[in-house]
Design a protein around this ligand. Structure first.
Ligand code: SF4
Length: 333
């Protein structure tokens, strides 16, 4: 019997319509045909995360990984496709079941300061949602908050302070305490350590791993930096311009990256000197998602691009056990 994934995305897409400027609006008003531009931020993605797994989702800024994370966390609807939680399509849930599913997936953001209400004390930031959802009562709220703070590595003695009275690393811990306070089983961490100093990054990453063991958590860990997810992730998924281009167990990606884009990202991990000699660092800017290149989106930057790459989208297919890649090179005998 195959296990049911905790989260499964089937052919999920997210489109954004670019707002018309003044001239465009005027032209539309007087009946001149105007082409409305659509960004395909996420384009037909299949993804699954098993219970207890840590999946690293990696790509450059603008590749759609944050949009994908928001859809997984249920804070942004998909434009197309289906999102399942433990085999149940989330769109079919309503009322208490929908609220419960939403609570069980929490998101940790890059900038804890922006995601914490500056006018609330930590005790309210952490304690409000569990009180609202009946996970504690007024009498138990204070102790409940203390427990969440301790678990996130914060001293409860500071719970009457405001977010600006904490360092960046501590603020991220407040964000983690707030997320854990509603007893989730799945965390979506979106560049959760990107804004922190390297030494603090390591501490927060260790905290995530300790919490994983303590609370049996599952993670989708989004980062632009393969180096950050290397030691954290069981499996790594690489995205480029809205599409998944490679997916494999973490050690497989680091030992045998198949897709030229993944190889370029690996070359950008500065401390892996040996790899620098093998791969070329990715060149050029990521193209605009408003006008993505045809065929393989990566072809204008790919050192191995062939004629077929400019016209035909490569299919994400299995190239080894548990290893999928979307590159026409795999079709060349
Ligand atoms: Fe490069 Fe072609 Fe593979 Fe795309 S499909 S990564 S352009 S070789």
């Amino acid at each position: 019997m195959t296990a049911v994934p905790m989260i499964e995305l089937r052919n999920v897409s997210r489109r954004f319509e670019k707002k018309l400027d003044f001239a465009g609006k005027l032209a539309k008003k007087i009946g001149v045909p105007v082409r409305e531009e659509v960004v395909h931020a996420v384009d037909g993605v299949d993804l699954s995360v098993m219970k207890g797994e840590v999946v690293g989702l990696v790509g450059e800024s603008g590749c759609g990984k944050s949009t994908l994370g928001r859809m997984v966390a249920g804070i942004m609807p998909a434009s197309g496709g289906q999102v399942f939680r433990e085999g149940v399509e989330v769109n079919t849930l309503s009322g208490a079941a929908a609220r419960h599913a939403k609570l069980r997936t929490q998101m940790i953001f890059q900038d804890p300061y922006a995601s914490l209400n500056p006018r609330l004390r930590v005790q309210d930031i952490v304690g409000e949602a569990p009180l609202f959802h009946g996970l504690t009562d007024r009498n138990g709220q204070s102790d409940y908050v203390d427990d969440q703070m301790r678990r996130a590595g914060l001293d409860p003695a500071f719970k009457r302070r405001y977010p600006h009275q904490f360092s960046g690393g501590q603020r991220q811990r407040i964000g983690i305490a707030r997320a854990l306070a509603v007893q989730p089983d799945f965390l979506v961490c979106d560049e959760a350590v990107a804004a922190l100093d390297v030494s603090i990054q390591a501490q927060v990453l260790n905290l995530f791993m300790r919490l994983r063991a303590e609370l049996d958590l599952t993670y989708l860990f989004i980062s632009h930096d393969l180096g950050v997810v290397e030691h954290l992730s069981d499996r790594v998924v690489i995205m480029y311009l809205g599409r998944v281009v490679e997916e494999a167990p973490s050690e497989e990606v680091f030992a045998r990256a198949n897709h030229p884009y993944t190889q370029s990202l690996l070359a950008a991990v500065p401390r892996i000197e040996a790899r620098k000699k093998v791969f070329n660092v990715v060149k050029g800017e990521i193209p605009s998602p408003l006008d993505p290149p045809p065929g393989c989106h990566f072809h204008p930057r790919c050192p191995h691009a062939m004629d077929i790459c400019r016209v035909e989208r490569p299919v994400l297919r299995q190239i080894a056990p548990n290893h999928r890649s979307a590159c026409h090179l795999n079709d060349v005998a």
